[in-house]
Ligand binder design. Structure first.
Ligand code: FE
Length: 221
């Protein structure tokens, strides 16, 4: 029997800052939300199809494809890259990606010397407009605690091995600031279009737990 739940803590969840929590407790609130949804639907207050459309918006339309387009643009357009690094909120907004949980964006760029990864140690703060809804592991207690204490070990769990000479910096998201990791553009992608590059950029690479891989040599991109 597991000694402790890995689910979101309901106690000891105090924050040292103003922190809207409506986004962070879906796991523990799941049953209650479903019950409430049923009642409200039965009474005709809400339309389940509208709810589904809202969820779909965050999972697919607003999802990580948006962030991937930001990354690809930064890879091919030096001026956009520089703008993104200087004022990520404005640069990202210029592509049309704005909204809740993305009001104050900071872009951090991976290099050979410096790798960045993002966590919310307190709950699950996450840049919705560019990455959509956070994956379950991002909200898990083990990730939230180990990302800070043992980032290299967490990366290994994701199958990501960095040279010992690469420093790892972990950014702790807050209600105020959300981070977007700009992964390194893989070698061998010089001939790819911006759209083809965006297709290579995974959600996890923009959280910093994985790298972007070049398309395998066999597949003509
Ligand atoms: Fe949070």
């Amino acid at each position: 029997m597991a000694g402790m739940s890995q689910d979101h803590p309901t106690n000891g969840h105090e924050h040292g800052h103003e922190h809207p929590h409506d986004h962070s407790e879906l796991g523990e609130m799941d049953l209650r939300v479903r019950a409430l949804e049923s009642v409200l639907t039965q009474k005709g207050y809400i339309d389940p199809a509208a709810l589904d459309a809202l969820i779909d918006t965050y999972q697919t339309r607003i999802g990580p494809r948006n962030g991937a387009r930001v990354v690809a643009r930064a890879w091919v357009d030096r001026a956009f890259h520089d703008w993104l690094m200087a004022d990520a909120t404005a640069a990202i907004a210029s592509l049309g990606y704005t909204g809740r949980q993305g009001e104050h964006m900071v872009a951090v760029e991976n290099t050979d010397e410096q790798h960045h990864m993002v966590v919310c140690t307190l709950c699950s703060c996450y840049p919705w407009p560019v990455l959509g809804l956070p994956p379950t592991w991002y909200k898990s207690a083990p990730y939230r605690s180990r990302a800070v204490k043992d980032p290299r070990g967490v990366l290994a769990d994701f199958g990501t091995t960095l040279p010992e000479t690469t420093r790892i910096r972990v950014w702790d998201s807050t209600a105020e600031v959300r981070y977007l990791v700009i992964p390194q553009r893989p070698a061998g992608t010089e001939g790819l279009s911006e759209e083809e590059l965006a297709a290579l950029v995974s959600r996890d690479s923009m959280i910093g737990t994985r790298l972007v891989e070049a398309p395998s040599a066999g597949s003509a991109a």
